[in-house]
Design a protein around this ligand. Structure first.
Ligand code: ZN
Ligand code: ZN
Length: 192
C-alpha cells in the first residue's frame, strides 16, 4: 500500500478499535478495557482515562465502523467527512516510544476520542484519496464481523485472518466438496 508507516499504524489501530465490537463479546465495556487498548496501541499523551472517554470512544467506534462498512465510496466519503468535520486537527511532527518520526494529527489537549478520531480519520482519508476504498473490508466468513485493511498487492484478501477464518472456511469448503461423494458411497449398498 502506498502509505507511510504511521498511516499503516493508525489503520491498524482503527481496525483493532472497530473489532473490539465484533462478535458476541464486546471487548471495550469498561475503563480497564479502554486502558488496555490505549496501552496496546500505544496511544501517546493519555494521562488517565475516564468514563466519559469510554463513552466517547465507543461512539467513535460505531462511526468508524460505519465508514468501513459503507455500501460505496461516496457513502464512505460522506461518513468520514462528517466525522472529520467535528474533529480539530493540528499536524505536528513527533518521535516517541521508539517510533520513527511521524505526524500527529490530534490537537493539543485533545481527549482520547478526539485523538483517535484525528489520527485514524486522517489515515482513512488517505485511503480514500488514493482511491483504495475497496481495501476497507469486512471478513467474508459468514459468522465473522471483523473488519480489516487489505494490504495485499492484488487486493485479494477476503478473510480477516488467514489462520483463523481463512483456514476455517477452507476446511468447510473442503468438507462440502467431499460430502456428496460420501453420501453417494452410503447409498450404494442400499441400492445394491
Ligand atoms: Zn505518535
Ligand atoms: Zn474473520
Amino acid at each position: 500500500m502506498p502509505f507511510g508507516h504511521d498511516m499503516v499504524y493508525s489503520l491498524a489501530t482503527v481496525v483493532e478499535l472497530i473489532n473490539t465490537a465484533a462478535g458476541d463479546h464486546d471487548a471495550l465495556v469498561d475503563i480497564d478495557d479502554l486502558r488496555a487498548f490505549v496501552r496496546k496501541r500505544r496511544v501517546s499523551g493519555v494521562d488517565a482515562v475516564t468514563v466519559r472517554d469510554l463513552a466517547e470512544v465507543r461512539t467513535l467506534r460505531t462511526d468508524f465502523h460505519d465508514v468501513f462498512t459503507a455500501p460505496d465510496q461516496i457513502a464512505a466519503v460522506t461518513r468520514l467527512n462528517k466525522l472529520l468535520g467535528r474533529t480539530s486537527i493540528t499536524p505536528r511532527l513527533a518521535e516517541h516510544d521508539g517510533f520513527a518520526l511521524h505526524i500527529h494529527y490530534f490537537a493539543p489537549g485533545a481527549s482520547l476520542a478526539e485523538h483517535l478520531a484525528a489520527d485514524c480519520g486522517v489515515a482513512l482519508a488517505h485511503v480514500l484519496v488514493e482511491n483504495e476504498w475497496e481495501r476497507l473490508r469486512r471478513c467474508r466468513a459468514p459468522d465473522c464481523e471483523h473488519v480489516f485493511v487489505d494490504e495485499s498487492r492484488n487486493r485479494s484478501r477476503v478473510y480477516c485472518d488467514s489462520r483463523t477464518c481463512g483456514n476455517r472456511m477452507h476446511v468447510a469448503a473442503y468438507r462440502a466438496r467431499r460430502r456428496p461423494e460420501r453420501d453417494q458411497g452410503k447409498k450404494r449398498p442400499a441400492v445394491g
